[in-house]
Every structure is written in structure tokens, then in C-alpha cells.
Design a protein around this ligand. Structure first.
Ligand code: CMP
Length: 143
């Protein structure tokens, strides 16, 4: 079964969107296997966003993601990586379709409410960056 890393960013936490976002993925039918409210260190932020190191917005990105608590999550389900990306909407909230998380709640590309892994390789990498194996739960849904 596929797993992905999703993170409510500091703007989403500040705006009380954790519950709404968790609820969308629960109602869709995905399984939450790990979650925690945490402050991202500068070192973790720079590693997580390493592929953007040369971009002009890298400094802003790291400053923002370390500016307050994030809600880090691991979700499980069939095709969860790509389906979660569809549910999140385009990276730039101004271009995200209504009904998607960023389309409904975001305005700026730098403060776009949520992050989600973009491939199986990034999902594996990001899950292991943010969670220890013991923090992830294996359980079967009864319904
Ligand atoms: P995320 O999915 O977390 O991955 C990289 C992030 O970089 C992206 O969401 C955006 O929040 C951010 N980003 C992308 N383009 C820009 C930009 N032009 N200015 C500031 N931030 C950006």
C-alpha cells in the first residue's frame, strides 16, 4: 500500500485549517498512519527543500517553513501520492481549482497551506526525514 508525506504549513496551522485538511483526507478514505505538530529546524528545512536550493525563493521558503509549527502527517492508501496532489491543487493557489485545498484556502504561492510529496521517491525520502519508523502505525480499518 502506498504512503505519502503531507504537511500543513505554518499558515494553515495559524488559520486553524488542520481539522479541515485532516477531515478531507479521512473522508476521501485514506488512512492516517502518523501525525505530529512540530517546529521544523533550519537544517531539516534546508534538507527537505534541497532540490530548490538554487531558486531565488529558497531563503524565503526556509524562513517561512521554520516560522511556526507545522502539522506533519503520513497517509496511506491506493494511489495516495497522486490523489493527494490532486486534492491539494496547483502549487500556486491563484491557479488552483475551487474545491481543492489550495484553491479554497490559499492566496500566495509562498503561503500555500499544504505540502505533499510529488513522487514515490520523494514520499519515501520525506517520510524518513520527518518520522521515525516507531511513530508510524500499522492498523487495519474495520470500515
Ligand atoms: P511546496 O509544495 O511545499 O514545495 C516547494 C515550495 O516552494 C512550494 O510548495 C511553494 O510554496 C514554494 N514556491 C514555489 N514557487 C515560489 C515562488 N515563486 N516564490 C515563493 N515560494 C515559491
Amino acid at each position: 500500500m502506498e504512503r505519502t508525506y503531507l504537511m500543513v504549513k505554518p499558515d494553515g496551522v495559524q488559520r486553524n485549517l488542520i481539522g479541515e485538511i485532516v477531515s478531507r483526507f479521512e473522508k476521501k478514505g485514506f488512512t492516517l498512519v502518523g501525525a505530529k505538530l512540530m517546529i521544523v529546524s533550519k537544517e531539516l528545512a534546508e534538507t527537505h527543500y534541497g532540490e530548490h536550493k538554487e531558486r531565488p525563493f529558497f531563503g524565503e521558503l526556509v524562513n517561512f517553513i521554520t516560522s511556526g509549527p507545522v502539522f506533519a502527517m503520513v497517509w496511506e492508501g491506493e494511489n495516495v501520492i497522486s490523489t493527494a496532489r490532486t486534492m491539494m491543487g496547483s502549487t500556486n493557489p491563484a491557479e488552483a481549482a475551487p474545491g481543492t485545498i489550495r484553491g479554497d484556502y490559499g492566496v500566495q504561492v509562498s503561503m500555500n497551506v499544504i505540502h505533499g510529496s510529488d513522487s514515490p521517491a520523494s514520499a519515501e525520502r520525506e517520510i524518513s526525514l520527518f518520522f521515525h519508523e516507531q511513530e508510524l502505525n500499522n492498523y487495519k480499518k474495520e470500515v
